[in-house]
Design a protein around this ligand. Structure first.
Ligand code: PMT
Length: 410
C-alpha cells in the first residue's frame, strides 16, 4: 500500500439502506481512508450527491457521466475512478447491482467502473429476505464470491417492509472492518494506543464448539458467535489488543482483532492456553460443549437397521473453571446460558467456576440470547455486585459490559 491514505470508491445503490451510505462515508474517513462516492441514479433518490460530497470531502461521480464528461486528465471518468481507487466497496448492493456485477454489465457509471477496476471488491447486499433467498440471487452472489469478492452480510433485523428477516445491510462498522481487512490495514497491535483499554490484552471466546461423532457428524449448539464477536470488536475499538478464539461461525473478523479459529472444546482449550497466559481480561462468551462423544468413528457411521444408536459421551474439561491457572493475571468473565432459574443458576456458576463475573442470559427467549441481534443480561460479580442491562444490540451491550470490566482489568 502506498504512503498516501488508502482510497475507497464507494458505490451506493438504490435501496433504503442507501441513507446509511452517508454514515459509512464518515466511518471510512474516521479510519483515515480517502473516499469518493459513486451513487447510482436510483441511490440519488435516497441520498443526495451534495451530502456525499460534503461528508467525503471529495468529488462525487454522479450522473454527469451520462453527459460523457471527461476526467481531470482527459481520460474517461470510469477509467479515472478505477485507476484512482485502491478498493471498490458497494454498499448497499441491491439484487439488481449484484446481478449486473456478476454478469459484467457496463450500463452505468458504477458497473462500468467495476468492470474496469482491478483491485479488491467488497459488497454489502441489502434487500428483502425473500429476494436474498432466491436462487437467482444466490447464484450471482456465489459467482462474485468465486471471483474473490468479499460479501459482508446481510444480517438479520428489521426490513424496510416492516418485517424482520435476513436482508438487512450489515452495520457500517462491519463493512469498515471488511474494507480495512481487504486493504491489509494495520492490526490493533500496531494501532491501539488510545481508549480505556489501551494496551490491555483481552481474549474473547465466541461461537459453539463442534464435537465430532464421525467424519461428517458432530454435536453442536445454536451459538452464532455474535455476542463474542461484538465483545471483541468493542474491545478493539477501546484500544485493547484482542485475540478472538472463534468456534465454527460465519462471521467477519472485526477490524484490528487477531482471530484464532477452532472447532472442538479441546482445540479451544489449547488456543486459550496459548493466548491467555498474559491476558488482562478473558471473556468466555463461547457456548462450549459440556460433553463430547467418547470415540469419534473413523468412517461415516452406517444406519443400524432399526436398532437405534447409543452414543457414549464423556465430559469436556471446563475451560472457565481451569482459567485461573491458565491466565493468572486476568479478570475472568463467564456467560451463563440459562432456560430456567436464571439468577440462582448463574450465581452457582460464578462460584463453581471461580469467575470474577458471570453474565447471565435467558436463552429460552427467541428475541435475545442465541443467534439474535440483541441481548439482555444480568451480571453477577464475585463481590456480590448485581448489574442489570436491558435489551439492546449485542454491540451496544458489549461496550457497556467492557466498561464494567475495564475498571477491574488493570
Ligand atoms: O453466539 P450467540 O448466538 O451470539 O449467542 C450468545 C450466547 C447465548 C452463546 C452467549 O451469550 C452465552 O450465553 N454464552 C455462554 C454459553 C454457555 O456455554 O453457557 P453455560 O452456562 O453452559 O457455560 C457457562 C460458562 O462456562 C460459559 O462462559 C462457557 O463458555 C463456559 N464453559 C462451559 C462448558 C465448558 N466445558 N467449558 C467452559 O468454559
Amino acid at each position: 500500500m502506498p504512503e498516501r491514505a488508502a482510497r475507497v470508491l464507494l458505490g451506493i445503490t438504490g435501496g433504503i439502506a442507501a441513507y446509511k451510505g452517508a454514515y459509512l462515508v464518515r466511518r471510512l474517513r474516521e479510519r483515515g481512508l480517502a473516499v469518493r462516492c459513486a451513487p447510482t441514479l436510483a441511490a440519488e433518490s435516497f441520498v443526495s450527491p451534495l451530502t456525499l460530497e460534503v461528508l467525503s470531502g471529495d468529488r462525487v461521480y454522479g450522473q454527469e457521466y451520462l453527459a460523457r464528461d471527461g476526467g481531470s486528465d482527459g481520460a474517461e471518468l470510469h477509467v479515472e475512478a478505477a485507476q484512482w481507487a485502491d478498493l471498490l466497496c458497494v454498499a448497499p448492493a441491491t439484487a439488481n447491482t449484484l446481478a449486473r456485477l456478476a454478469l459484467g454489465l457496463a450500463d452505468d457509471f458504477l458497473s462500468t467502473t467495476a468492470l474496469m477496476f482491478e483491485g479488491p471488491v467488497v459488497v454489502a447486499p441489502a434487500m428483502h429476505d425473500a429476494m436474498w433467498r432466491k436462487p437467482a440471487v444466490e447464484g450471482r452472489v456465489a459467482t462474485l464470491r468465486d471471483r474473490g469478492v468479499e460479501v459482508v452480510g446481510p444480517v438479520e433485523g428489521a426490513l424496510a417492509s416492516g418485517e424482520r428477516g435476513w436482508g438487512r445491510m450489515a452495520e457500517p462498522e462491519a463493512i469498515v472492518d471488511a474494507v480495512c481487512r481487504a486493504l491489509g490495514l494495520p492490526e490493533a497491535e500496531d494501532e491501539a494506543s488510545v481508549g480505556p483499554l489501551a494496551g490491555r490484552k483481552v481474549v474473547v471466546t465466541a461461537g459453539p464448539t463442534y464435537e465430532a461423532i464421525d467424519p461428517v457428524r458432530f454435536l453442536g449448539n445454536r451459538s452464532s458467535g455474535r455476542m463474542g464477536f461484538a465483545l471483541a470488536r468493542q474491545a478493539a475499538i477501546r484500544g485493547a489488543l484482542v485475540t478472538l478464539i472463534a468456534g465454527p461461525v460465519k462471521l467477519e473478523t472485526p477490524a484490528g482483532v487477531r482471530r484464532v479459529d477452532v472447532v472442538s472444546a479441546a482445540e479451544m482449550e489449547a488456543a486459550l492456553r496459548e493466548a491467555a497466559h498474559d491476558a488482562d481480561l478473558v471473556v468466555m462468551a463461547a457456548a462450549v460443549a459440556d460433553y463430547r462423544p467418547r470415540e469419534c468413528a473413523e468412517q461415516k457411521m452406517k444406519k443400524s437397521g432399526g436398532d437405534g444408536l447409543v452414543l457414549e459421551l464423556e465430559e469436556n474439561p471446563d475451560l472457565l473453571a481451569g482459567l485461573a491457572a491458565v491466565a493468572p493475571r486476568a479478570q475472568r468473565v463467564g456467560f451463563a446460558a440459562e432456560t430456567e432459574d436464571l439468577e440462582r443458576s448463574a450465581r452457582k456458576k460464578l462460584k463453581a467456576k471461580g469467575a470474577h463475573w458471570i453474565v447471565a442470559n435467558d436463552v429460552s427467549r427467541p428475541d435475545i440470547g442465541f443467534e439474535s441481534a440483541d441481548n439482555e443480561v444480568v451480571v453477577f460479580g464475585g463481590n456480590g455486585e448485581v448489574e442489570r442491562f436491558p435489551k439492546q444490540s449485542k454491540d451496544e451491550l458489549a461496550g457497556r459490559l467492557l466498561e464494567l470490566f475495564a475498571g477491574e482489568a488493570t
